[in-house]
Design a protein around this ligand. Structure first.
Ligand SMILES: Cc1ncc(COP(=O)(O)O)c(C=O)c1O
Length: 436
């Protein structure tokens, strides 16, 4: 491919290049004019219609990925359930799609509960997470008829004992003692994690819950972290948790990592499921139910963010500044995640430069891609940041008065707006009128 050849010319020596298309949504292609098309829709047309920055989600690829998880787990372990970790993309359109595809849904707070219900998710298929659920949130969840509460700590048990008035299914989150090989901010399975109880405190909590007539204790939950590329760590967590006891249900969390850059490799869904299920066969009761909670690995690749170049500055480096930034790609600051950038309306041109893709926020850390391989950049170019379907929109914020971008789902040559762009009126709406 011409683009890969061009990239080879400037790639650091020894870098192994993956396929260009592997970081783009599955349903991607190029128009004869060399414009990126996703879901059969030319991104230049999307920019014209919806403006930039814009999140674009390949609905067909997304649904296919969901089926890989649901069918793949069911084939290996029939008594199983796949939950979408909705924190990765908590928008009504995504909740609706998850419901349509037969996913259950995990939520972490009152806001996600409201959004999930608005998306038509059956409350019985909701699983409520969080290490600091308030009385008000638990009350909301109980009133909604939530399926399962994943209890984090003894204070939460005390709250439930006070609040529940009819039988309620619960799981207990335990710390499995696996230090996940990922960024420290994304590791949640080690002994100093703030989430869940250490395994040696689980028995007492379980006994307390079992003693309550309305608490229906089903089993245990674990989650070792996010963006994990070593599948052996998932297997280890399953093995470790088996020592807590024999239960009806084991929820072994999410965390499968994805490929963000050309050089990176990530395990397939199948390899991930093999690793969990092989360990479950060896260590868990054969009749138990296994649940998993993928978030990133469901939505990340299906989504890209589309920007327009505002300025090109050549100092010692080449700074390509776009009309968005860190405010809509926060996980770069939180996790140092590396991304690629593609000039999306001149795909056929060779990549001759290595540039700094920067945003418009007032931070030098607002560096989205350090050394993006691109053709000669111009003001007005369209830039796509691939693999931004997870944890981008949900963490976007109003820093420097930034407006949350719009989101469109694209499929079979059609686009539909699922979340509109924030407006300046939205920004002003939360302030008391007397203040302005
Ligand atoms: C409890 C729990 N489950 C699942 C997930 C989803 O993780 P990922 O998006 O890495 O699959 C998270 C993410 O933080 C989580 O905290």
């Amino acid at each position: 491919m011409q683009m890969t050849d061009a990239l080879n010319q400037i790639a650091p020596e020894g870098t192994r290049l993956g396929e260009f298309w592997d970081v783009l949504p599955e349903e991607s292609g190029a128009t004869p004019e060399g414009v990126l098309a996703i879901g059969g829709v030319d991104v230049a047309k999307l920019a014209e219609t919806y403006g930039t920055p814009l999140h674009i989600v390949d609905e067909v690829g997304l649904r296919r990925q969901i089926r890989r998880f649901i069918d793949g787990l069911r084939e290996r372990w029939p008594n199983s359930e796949v939950l979408f970790a909705s924190k990765s993309l908590p928008i009504v359109g995504m909740y609706r799609l998850a419901q349509e595809e037969g996913l259950s849904v995990d939520i972490a707070g009152g806001g996600e509960l409201k959004l999930a219900l608005a998306g038509g998710v059956d409350p019985a298929r909701l699983h409520f997470h969080g290490n600091a659920k308030t009385d008000a949130e638990l009350q909301m969840a109980l009133e909604a008829g939530i399926g399962t509460i994943i209890v984090d700590n003894e204070d939460e048990i005390a709250r439930l004992e006070r609040l529940i008035s009819r039988p309620q299914k619960v799981l207990l989150r335990v710390i499995p003692g696996v230090d996940a090989e990922t960024h420290a901010s994304q590791a949640t399975g080690g002994s100093d994690s703030k989430f869940g109880l250490p395994m040696d405190q689980a028995a007492r909590a379980i006994e307390r819950m079992r003693a309550h007539p309305l608490i229906d204790f089903e089993g245990v939950h674990l989650h070792i972290g996010s963006q994990i590329l070593n599948t052996r760590q998932f297997a280890q967590a399953v093995e470790n948790i088996s020592s807590v006891g024999t239960f009806a249900t084991y929820d072994v969390g999410g965390g499968l990592g994805v490929k963000y850059t050309y050089e990176e490799d990530a395990p397939s869904v199948e390899a991930y499921l093999d690793s969990i299920v092989e360990s479950a066969r060896a260590h868990l009761p054969a009749e138990s139910k296994i649940m998993i909670e993928p978030g990133r690995s469901i939505v990340a690749r299906a989504g890209v963010t589309l920007y327009r170049v505002v300025s090109v500055k050549r100092t010692g480096k080449v700074f390509v500044a776009i009309d968005g930034g860190l405010a809509d790609q926060m996980d770069i600051a939180l996790t140092d995640q590396r991304y690629e950038a593609i000039i999306a309306d001149r795909l056929h041109e060779p990549w001759t430069e290595s540039v700094q893709l920067v945003g418009r926020q007032c931070e030098s850390g607002d560096l989205l891609v350090d050394g993006a391989a691109v053709p000669e950049p111009h003001v007005g170019d369209l830039v796509v940041m691939p693999v931004t379907g997870a944890y981008a929109y949900t963490m976007s914020n109003n820093y420097n008065g930034a407006l949350k971008p719009a989101i469109v789902f694209v499929a079979d040559g059609e686009a539909r707006l699922v979340a509109r762009r924030e407006t300046y009126d939205d920004l002003l709406a939360v302030h008391a009128p007397a203040m302005y």
